[in-house]
Design a protein around this ligand. Sequence first.
Ligand code: HEM
Length: 427
Amino acid sequence: MPPGPRMPRGLQTAIWSRQAQWLLQESRARFGRMFTIKMAYEGDWAVLSDPELVKQVFTGDPCVFHAGEGNQILRPFLGDNSVLVLDEKKHIAQRKLLLPPFHGERMQAYGEKMSEIAGREIESWPTGTPYKLRPRMQAITLEIIIETVFGVHAGERMDALRSALRDFLDLTTNPRLLLPALTIGPDRMTRTRAFRRRVEPVDKLISEEIADRRAAEDLAEREDVLSMLLLARHEDGSPMSDAEVRDELLTLLVAGHETTATALSWAMERLTRHPEKLERLRAEVEAGEEAYLTATIQETLRLRPVIVVVLRRLTEPVELGGYELPAGVSVAPCIHLIHRDPQIYPEPERFLPERFLDDPPGTYTWIPFGGGVRRCLGAAFAQFEMAVVLRELVRRRQVQPADPAPERPFRRAITETPRHDATVVLS
Ligand code: HEM
């Protein structure tokens, strides 16, 4: 294995769960473009910060580079059928079923609903007082998923579902649970009472919704993801089972909600520290232009990627970067370090949407959504949603930071969020 910090495994795990970026940057400075960090439960990770090595991993044989195995920590929450926790044939089979509703052009169908939800939410925000945007961005992304993915609209079941999903999500994003989950592993997690209390109500509501929807007369005309999954067929012609549908719905919820809300919070945290860029964005949005908005989203995801590494566990020995890595360890393309490489991005610490105006992001140098056969299924959905919400916000409100100092990243389970939840003052 490449060299790496000599601290005991437990200490490295503890630092990882609180100060991942620090650990990555220090190790990169000391050991170079490939180094090893050691995690409790998860084993050894060879962290990669060279686009050429990242390319080899993303284009490598999915039977050798197992991403599902690297995501086992999510299995208790998402279930055994989740596209995130599967590998090889089973992974491809689920991914094929999920892809059609997430095709780029399909997003248009969701645009109007998204604008309406964002506009309504933004209109309810108070002006003239410090206000945390992150919880509100979560409210928007949750509402958007309930409407567009679950296809559940205003009414009693929506209220019950919203509150059960909120509880469930708090469990998956609670920073205090990361260390125990990394230490005891996923299976023992599911037996804890706190866990079952939050998962059972969600399962009940989802199974009611699936039963009603299977029987719905307008199933074929509906545009939500759940309805499309119920109509989707495996290669042998069989429909998805209730358990499969349940697991994928929760996967889309967990993968798509917190991530997009965090990215939106960072976009506003960064923009409010650069009022001239916020003004430019507003002017271009008013003029009906898209380019600066797109570049702002790309730059936000570069400078503040929501997830700092992706993992692939090796099923057999692999030669990479001059090392013969053994089976059983993981390779970790490092989003955080690639995005801060001054050779790829001059002045990497600066927030400069302009850098993407002429040069579109590179496949292996801009990787906020990972890559290869595991690239984020919701990448188009997330960027489309971010554009809708930012457009609605800059059109409707002036936004200033509550405190001019930048907010530092804070680790919440899997994502890195603004430490003060992107606190702003609206007018
Ligand atoms: C800004 C928001 C988002 C970010 C930063 C993000 C990031 C990621 C990353 C890094 C991965 C792992 C890729 C890899 O291992 O190579 C991933 C996978 C995934 N994401 Fe996203 N995501 C976002 C939004 C969404 C949304 C909105 C959805 C769906 C509604 C979604 C669904 C998924 C799914 C299903 C996978 C698993 C794909 C597979 O294993 O084949 N994500 N995402």
